[in-house]
Design a protein around this ligand. Structure first.
Ligand SMILES: [Zn+2]
Length: 249
């Protein structure tokens, strides 16, 4: 049967998926429960969003759970759950799964899983940072398959005409856009030279700092517009990078 996934969890790398399938099957054959992943791959933009939700440079009066250094700055954790800095997590590398009980704590099944795991190039990586549920595959990733969804109900809506790119034809510029959903605002700083094409924040103070440099933020009307902006941002950064390589090669 292989590893199972809760709604929204997935492994796109065939190598990672089949390694976990193999380990889960081996455990099942010995009478242990099937492995269920609560969280597998994380797309870079999701990891970034989590980071800005949970970490801040200026915690103010909020409860601080810890801190981490990222890009030379000290960030304060203002959410009870930890988060790895963007681009550093093995979830982003499409190698890790956070598993459900009994593979999330010190149980008989989990101990047996640890014994069998090396056969499948898997370790209980989370043991190193007190996250017993976090297991990682270190072998070949194989193919990265495109459908990122496991039974989700959303279908991608066709993109409306690009509107943000127009302002960015001058590649030295960057613009700020924002979207408010359920009273929560996300700001994006978009520009060809911004790594990956954009940065995202939910922190007003960060948005203010950006606005100080790049001018007022443009309001987006819905999530679809935000998705378009993200897609454009990535394409823009990729074409800028390609252009730079051409210039410098
Ligand atoms: Zn994890």
């Amino acid at each position: 049967m292989g590893i199972g996934y809760v709604d929204g969890a997935y492994n796109r790398a065939t190598g990672t998926r089949s390694a976990f399938d193999g380990l889960s099957d081996a455990l099942e054959r010995e009478g242990h429960p099937r492995m269920i992943s609560l969280s597998g791959d994380r797309e870079p933009e999701v990891q970034e969003r989590l980071w800005y939700e949970r970490m801040t440079l200026s915690p103010g009066g909020r409860k601080v759970y810890g801190y981490r250094w990222w890009q030379g700055q000290k960030w304060y954790q203002i959410h009870p759950d930890t988060v790895a800095p963007p681009r550093s997590s093995n979830h982003e590398a499409r190698r890790s799964n956070d598993l459900k009980w009994p593979y999330n704590s010190d149980t008989l099944a989990a101990r047996r899983a640890e014994e069998l795991a090396p056969r499948f190039n898997i370790t209980r990586e989370g043991k190193n940072f007190r996250e017993l549920w976090h297991w990682t595959h270190w072998g070949s990733l194989g193919r990265i398959e495109t459908p990122a969804s496991t039974g989700g109900t959303t279908t991608p809506t066709p993109a409306p005409a690009p509107s943000i790119l127009k302002e960015l034809e001058d590649m030295d510029k960057a613009v700020i856009v924002h979207l408010t959903v359920n009273k929560k605002t996300t700001w994006l700083l978009i520009g060809a030279t911004v790594p990956g094409g954009y940065r995202a924040t939910n922190a007003q103070e960060t948005a203010n700092a950006w606005a100080h440099i790049y001018g007022p933020s443009k309001k987006l009307k819905d999530q679809a517009e935000l998705d378009v902006a993200l897609r454009e941002a990535k394409a823009l950064a990729a074409s800028w990078l390609a252009q730079q390589k051409k210039i410098h090669s």
